[in-house]
Design a protein around this ligand. Structure first.
Ligand code: PLP
Length: 389
């Protein structure tokens, strides 16, 4: 069985171990220590590798440098804060408050920036989520999103980190065409996990990604932004990256993005991942019977690495501890804060009861998982879960 540091690691939506290509490069020690703003040889070398990575990313995601800018930042939390707050600031400068739309199922970095927007006089509209985890965009398009007199920004999470439910970029393009609202996509969980993850639609305004979710280093990420999407940078400083993000670039982290993605593209087998996912979900449904409920399975578009389920007779933190003791790393939807366990916000937003939202578990596989892998996982997971059904 494929173990990571002697653990059965099934928490790839939380973070990914380093990809073999990145590990191999790090172990050689041939790092990019030169400051890319320096004009000597070492600086030039870093600058060259950053330029090569930028070119590779535009090519991979099918976007053109004529229409988009790419900037690197720390993780997606920073990228998303930069784009949303930065866009709101340009509206503030024009003295026209921004109408901002996002769902309660989004990551905390989107949900928790709402009070800051409100503080500066902007309007915040929570987007309603269906019990399947999908969003009815046509319904949304009828309300304040259609009011062309004020600037409007929608942030949409391409793949939900907890349930794996995915949105359609085509539908977002249609929403933009119908309403004229700008659209940012949180693409953090899409890479390698969803069919079509490499095809970014140029009609949408911005996309944010985080490197540690796909085998590159932690604390680094990137955003593509349409050149006609105005935003004020979050950080003032030395004007690196054309002023979009001041501060010396994380050269090694950025280069690791290129290495991890090249490795993923070379090795991924979407059909194998889909087959493994289907087998595991069917297996789990049978194993849990009436004591379990799968989450997100009604949605037509889904990440093929994520399995989310409720155990009706158990609290998720107890199950997690039992799995942990058996050497298996997974996540719960509920979160612990100041010693108290809070129900999953994502499940509550989908209409689940508080008790159900305290009892959900998420297993998330590597994009390179095969049928044989999941059949082996089942042999160690089943005996633990059977104690809770
Ligand atoms: N958006 C989504 C959907 C995520 O899953 C995460 C991390 O879990 C983030 C944003 C934030 O990314 P980071 O931890 O790199 O800041």
């Amino acid at each position: 069985m494929k173990l990571t540091n002697n653990r059965l690691y099934l928490d790839f939506n939380a973070t990914s171990p380093l990809s073999p290509a990145v590990l191999e490069w790090l172990s050689r020690g041939d790092l990019l220590y030169g400051n890319p703003s320096s004009i000597h040889h070492s600086g030039k070398r870093s600058r060259r590798e950053l330029a090569e990575t930028t070119e590779y990313l535009f090519d991979l995601f099918g976007l053109s440098e004529r229409e988009f800018q790419l900037f690197f930042h720390s993780g997606a939390t920073e990228g998303i804060n930069t784009l949303v707050k930065g866009h709101a600031q340009t509206c503030f400068e024009q003295q026209t408050p921004l109408n901002f739309f996002s769902a309660d199922t989004d990551h905390s970095c989107l949900v928790n920036l709402r009070p800051t927007l409100k503080l500066y006089g902007h309007q915040v509209y929570p987007i309603e989520v269906k019990s399947s985890g999908e969003i009815d965009w046509s319904e949304l398009a009828k309300g304040p999103l259609a009011e062309e007199s004020s600037p409007r920004l929608v942030s949409a999470t391409w793949v939900n980190n907890e349930t794996g439910v995915a949105l359609s970029l085509d539908e977002l393009v249609a929403l933009k065409e119908r309403t004229g609202a700008r659209v940012h996509v949180d693409g953090v969980q899409a890479i390698g996990k969803l069919e079509g993850w490499k095809k970014l639609r140029p009609e949408l305004d911005a996309y944010t990604f985080s490197a540690h979710k796909f085998g590159a280093m932690k604390g680094v990420g990137m955003s593509f932004v349409r050149r006609d999407f105005p935003f004020a940078p979050l950080l003032d400083g030395g004007g690196q990256q054309g002023g979009l993000r001041s501060g010396t670039q994380n050269t090694d982290g950025i280069y690791s993005i290129q290495l991890a993605l090249r490795g993923l593209v070379e090795r991924e087998d979407p059909a194998a991942l889909k087959g493994a996912h289907q087998w595991f979900e069917n297996h789990l449904t049978e194993l849990l019977g009436d004591a379990g409920q799968m989450v997100g399975t009604q949605a037509p578009l889904r990440a093929r690495n994520t399995v989310c389920f409720i155990l009706k007779k158990a609290r998720a933190d107890n199950v997690l501890t039992a799995l942990d003791l058996a050497g298996i790393d997974v996540s719960t939807g509920s979160a612990c804060s100041s010693g108290a366990v809070r129900p999953s916000r994502v499940l509550m937003s989908m209409g689940h009861s508080e008790q159900e939202a305290m009892s959900s578990l998420r297993l998330s596989f590597s994009p390179l998982t095969t049928l044989q892998d999941v059949q082996e996982f089942a042999t160690v997971i089943d005996p633990v879960l059977k104690r809770f059904v």
